[in-house]
Design a protein around this ligand. Structure first.
Ligand SMILES: Nc1ncnc2c1ncn2[C@@H]1O[C@H](COP(=O)(O)OP(=O)(O)OP(=O)(O)O)[C@@H](O)[C@H]1O
Ligand SMILES: [Mg+2]
Length: 254
């Protein structure tokens, strides 16, 4: 297998139970090719965030394996895995802890050894990508929730990851910010796994979707096809917004 054939992300037989005994994942298999953008859909409690937390080793597989660009997510590879995978968490407050926005965005690249003008340029670019360059010197905890989410996205973009994982990136964004984030995601030439309840967003950005339901993959296919299957949608509590007809939408060329 050549370097370019190696999947960006491979999950094999992943099962996980939380320490209190609640099992959240029951043998998940998922492979993402390099450069793919895939939506991870599913109702509340399906296990989406639990799955995401395995992708850079925050949670360790109870059974099965996760590989990033062929590299197993294990203790010995954790530093390299975390360089390759950037995760934007569901709650931005899990991600922001520095006195200013600029320091939060600089934290990852600085920890990786970047300094001086190179670091400054990286931070400026990431903040510009999310439209927040003018807030660089503000304390993150003085920003609105939507602004904090955009800072959280910038902290991850600043790392220039190979695989970008976003857990509900469009929640709490105003429509213009939501669209601007879509433009950023489309402009990146990397592998993206996006957890979302925002089905039009998934349709707009991700040619392929995976439905996780009760800890197993219930469907994996073209986003438009899945959304045009009312029985599948209903059985996994996936509801389209009022008046939205996924079949009538011309999906953008990616
Ligand atoms: N720390 C924890 N301890 C015990 N059980 C947990 C913990 N975190 C989550 N769970 C349980 O694991 C299951 C999956 O939760 P998870 O957060 O992965 O769902 P999700 O698909 O991300 O849902 P949502 O759409 O609401 O974000 C749920 O039944 C949840 O109650
Ligand atoms: Mg979640």
């Amino acid at each position: 297998m050549t370097e370019t054939d190696t999947p960006a992300l491979e999950i094999e037989g992943l099962a996980y139970a939380y320490p209190d005994g609640r099992q959240a994942l029951f043998g998940v298999d998922l492979t993402l090719r390099r450069g793919e953008r895939v939506a991870l859909l599913g109702p509340n409690g399906a296990g989406k965030t639990t799955l995401v937390l395995h992708l850079n080793g925050i949670l360790r597989a109870g059974a099965g394996a996760v590989r990033i660009g062929g590299l197993p997510v294990t203790e010995e590879h954790l530093a390299e895995v975390r360089r390759r995978v950037g995760i934007v968490f569901q709650d931005p407050d899990d991600q922001l802890f520095m006195p200013t926005v600029r320091e939060d965005v600089a934290f990852g690249p600085a920890t990786a050894g970047m300094r001086g003008v190179e670091l400054e340029a990286r931070v400026t670019r990431a903040l510009e990508q999310v439209g927040l360059a003018d807030l660089a010197d503000r304390p993150p905890h003085h920003l609105s929730f939507g602004q904090r989410r955009r800072v959280a996205v910038a902290t991850v973009l600043a790392m220039e990851p190979e695989v970008l994982v976003l857990d509900e990136p469009s929640s709490n964004l105003d429509p213009a910010s939501r669209r601007e984030l879509a433009d950023v995601l489309r402009s990146l030439d990397i592998t993206v796994l996006m957890v979302t309840h925002d089905l039009p967003y998934a349709l707009e950005l991700c040619p392929r979707s995976v439905v996780l339901s009760a800890g197993v993959i219930a469907a994996d296919g073209g986003t438009q096809e899945l959304m045009c299957d009312p029985e599948l949608m209903r059985s996994h509590r996936l509801e389209l917004p009022f008046g939205f007809d996924p079949g009538s939408v011309t999906v953008p060329v990616h």
